[in-house]
Design a protein around this ligand. Sequence first.
Ligand SMILES: [Fe+2]
Ligand SMILES: [Fe+2]
Length: 411
Amino acid sequence: MKCQEDKLRKVIDLGFEISQIKDIDLLLEKVLSEARKFTNCDAGSIYVREGENLKFSYAQNDTLQGQLPPGKKLPYSTFTVPINNNSISGYVASNGSILNIADVYEVGSYFPFSFNKTYDDLTGYRTCSMLTIPLKNFRADIIGVLQLINAMDSQGEVVPFAQDDEDIIIYFANNAATAIERAKMTREIILRMNKMAELRDPKETGPHVNRVAAYSVALYEAWATKKGLPKDEIDKNRDVLRMSAMLHDVGKVAISDMILKKPGRFTPEEFQVMKLHTLFGANLFADIYSDFDESAAIVAINHHERWDGNGYPGYIDPHTQQPLPGFETESGAARGKSGLEIPLFGRIVALADVYDALSCRRCYKEAWDESEVLQNIQEESGKQFDPELVEVFMDCVDTFRQIEKLYPDHE
Ligand SMILES: [Fe+2]
Ligand SMILES: [Fe+2]
């Protein structure tokens, strides 16, 4: 009994913790890791509802992860399952109640579904016990499904999921559902803000900003882990960085179409106007209500600075567009920021943005080969980019390739 009480208390605390996470991807990661810790299971996945389907949105698997070199992420592809009785997750989403199966290979004819072995056949994994929980928001709408796989006893042997834990995990899932719904809405709003910028500048597409955000988070995570930063701090920063990185170019909404949609090269005057998107972006987040506003402003104003000091806009007041006192050069322009004067998030997004621009095909250029892109980045180490970040970047190339597959350009 005491043990259940402790578990309940833990789950209540967790509800608060997850309600603090703003970004949907990081939230799914947290929800799944905590649910797995709680039930001591080897693997799991989260499906998020999209209309009449469930989208396989996130997965973890300790056994398969353990077979990869350290630091490498488990590859997974997204797919959808219809909400009907033909699959386990579809069944739980359409019936709305928790399902606890001791061995998915032995469900027999009692249930209308059968277990889909494709993933096991592909990976050599053996799925056995499975706890599938509907994610219901406070209106009791089902917004997805949480699936936990292979509970383990203290010896690491696979066992069925404890029935005693079901009520607590349902409570946790309800909290998670509300948080997921809110985070999805935040993501939609950010993507919509970005759509406004995209309407003006067709180069700033949804997939581009999703990739830049994911690259930025991967870079930050690798950098921070190398520095030995505490996990709590890393998680909190990943959350704000992700959303800020998505909005790096949102200031383009304020730049004239004549310039944004110009097919050829910019004249020097046009380029001067174009540079203002950094300041307009910073102004959008000037009223700081949260860490997110602060970090979005930092990313917007710093993502075109260069390590060698030749970037823009430099030490400028975004409101007056004048150099900050003491930072004028002889010509009266603002001095550029260089090296560690550029905030970390600015240095990270600068690298992620250029990497994506080089590796993708755009209307005015073909995509470069990966080796050319990597060589260019390496050559720009200490010139355009922070050398320490370039070093970290080179270790993340595999993760970047996976991110590219996750957010393909729609032609
Ligand atoms: Fe930009
Ligand atoms: Fe960009």
